[in-house]
Design a protein around this ligand. Sequence first.
Ligand SMILES: [Zn+2]
Length: 263
Amino acid sequence: MFYDWKPYVSVAERRKKAAKQMAKLAKQGRPVAPVVIEGRTITKTFWGNSWCENLEGYGDYANRLPRGRTYARNGSVVDLQIDQGAIAAWVSGSELYKVEVKINTVKNAHWTSLVSDCAGEIDSLIELLQGQFSQGVMQRMCKQQAGLFPTPKEITFTCSCPDLAYLCKHVAAVLYGVGARLDAQPALLFALRGVNEQDLIAKAGKGLRSSAKKPKSARLLDAGDLSNVFGIDLADAAPQKRTSAARKKPPRKRGATKTKRGR
Ligand SMILES: [Zn+2]
């Protein structure tokens, strides 16, 4: 195998270069959404943690993923877009590399079974997105093969870097980046998997969408707040139609609750 030796470029220099290139793209009207990780842990919420734990739980990736953590933490994922069945990202390495990850959408029978197993367990969209539900529901969501998170067989990826490894550090960084993005915008997981999160909510989210009925819980936010906090458009709840949600910049404030487990 032949490796092209390149002069050492510091992280700061690489980031500067990448920032310039991304600024160019932004000027052309392309939305840019970098993965910004505050603090030591990459993910902090149920959805972000579970996304990462799912990937780490498969032997296929176990040896390869750690290389991506530093990259994800130091801001190398300079752009990350999540759409139905697809993740597109730019990662700053020796150069700027393009990463594309395809993830199968959830099959109807699989989704129906998940929804039926969680029936009546989740009261509102905000509780769903904040991961506020029973241990049973958590386990059901995270169940390998049958939950909401993809198996390695459902994931394919490409990177424009010269690394011939099965899973290069750029792809690994992007996969962690998705975890971080799900902390801020958990609804993107449902969009990515092509399912409607409203199906999981008892009474189909009537309390949220109808202004006539006031939600009983004081914790509930109104639709506008939800849109801001989670980057979702409640007026257009069908995931097939709201791929634009994936292009929104992540909200500044982290709205989701912290779980005990750090990363
Ligand atoms: Zn790569």
